[in-house]
Design a protein around this ligand. Sequence first.
Ligand code: ARG
Length: 465
Amino acid sequence: MSIKKNKLRNRFSREASQSFININSSLENDKFLFNEDIEASIAHATMLSSQKIISNKDAKNIISGLKKIKSEIKNKKFIFDDNLEDIHMNIEHRLAELIGQAAERLHTGRSRNDQVVTDLKLWMKKDNRLISKKIKKLKLSLIQVANKNISILFPGLTHLQTAQPISAGHFFMAYYEMFNRDTIRYSDAFKRINENPLGAGALAGTNFPINRNKTTKMLGFKRPTRNSIDTVSDRDFVVDFLSSSSLLAVHLSRLAEEIAFYCSDLVNFFKIGDQLMSSSSIMPQKKNPDGAELIRAKASLIQGNLSSMLSLLKSLPLTYSKDLQEDKVLVTSSSKNIHLCLDCMYELISSIQINKTIAEQKLKFSYANATELADWLVLNLGYSFRKAHNLTAQIVNFAEKKNINLNKISMKDFQKFDKNIDKSVYETLDLKNSINNKKSYGGTAISEIRKMISLARKELKNEKY
Ligand code: ARG
């Protein structure tokens, strides 16, 4: 039930219908902007008075009224009303109740169209920093886990089949790199969002002698936006956020999938803390990695939001249309889920234990060192790689039939395949050697991983917000 009069309806002969109020109100989805709305209004009122567009006295009253409203909202004393459409009109209405006529001067030289983009950008700038800090924390924990487990021999997979031996440290540093690029994506997005929309007005600018540089400085933006039409129409900064978040969520989801897979009792390479698992209502033995599974699920919601925003924008003519109001629910939904995923993934990684015995045992009973044998034939017997590949495949078949590993094949048997194969082949087949011989830049040799870990540590030290 509406209790307040919407002052924007003076031209209408009929009150808004309930169904219209319901669809038109964005209050539930933009209440969260109250702090930023008040901050921007204080900057606007201060600028208006310093430009002599409103009196100092009115500005003072406006500012103290706004501060009171902020505390009312914080203390849950504020009465919201859907008939007043959104957070902006709710605050403006209350300001008039508190200070009377002066409140009506606040909206001089601005429109809700530039107001809402200003509020949203202010909120999103803060959120961008919070997310980047959380990614940094996660990256630090990945470095720690990589460093701690650097000497564990781990089966590297392609197609989910054992491919080549790697260091477990290399595995975790792969995710470090992905999250590091996410950091860069958020920081690029930050640069683009850092322009002040306030003063664009409804679409065309304003007749009043406003000073956009002043509000830009007061609100901590880098510069004012340069085209009033673009300012109120576009939401590419929202797409930037939703797309950076989608990619971050994809990385989180892939890591979550690895955790769920390697924690499966069929594989048992990883163990995560009991505090991050739940049990079954019927099977008492169960420990399920629900946190990891939910990270995987949230990634789809986050991607859905990106897709919704792109569809929402793609056929919109200039300038503002009410469709744009739906941006906020997408932003808050993705933000909430990204925070949940980052918090949980940080705990998952911090609690992870690698089962060295099982991982190394599995690796030993695989043919992960077959490529080493092919390389050895190329390097020592002058085979072409294709020929070496072919011969190695036959040797693997032989070993598989005998149910032994490649380094358990006797020299006599090796020489049945090629009489020039000699004992040095066993050194090549050694799993540790296989890892440490991969010294190519970015390869899995422990010396390389150590180099990358120290680069990463330096990088993180220089990451400042
Ligand atoms: N609640 C609106 C939104 O979020 C504010 C802008 C309203 N502008 C308008 N011309 N009706 O987009």
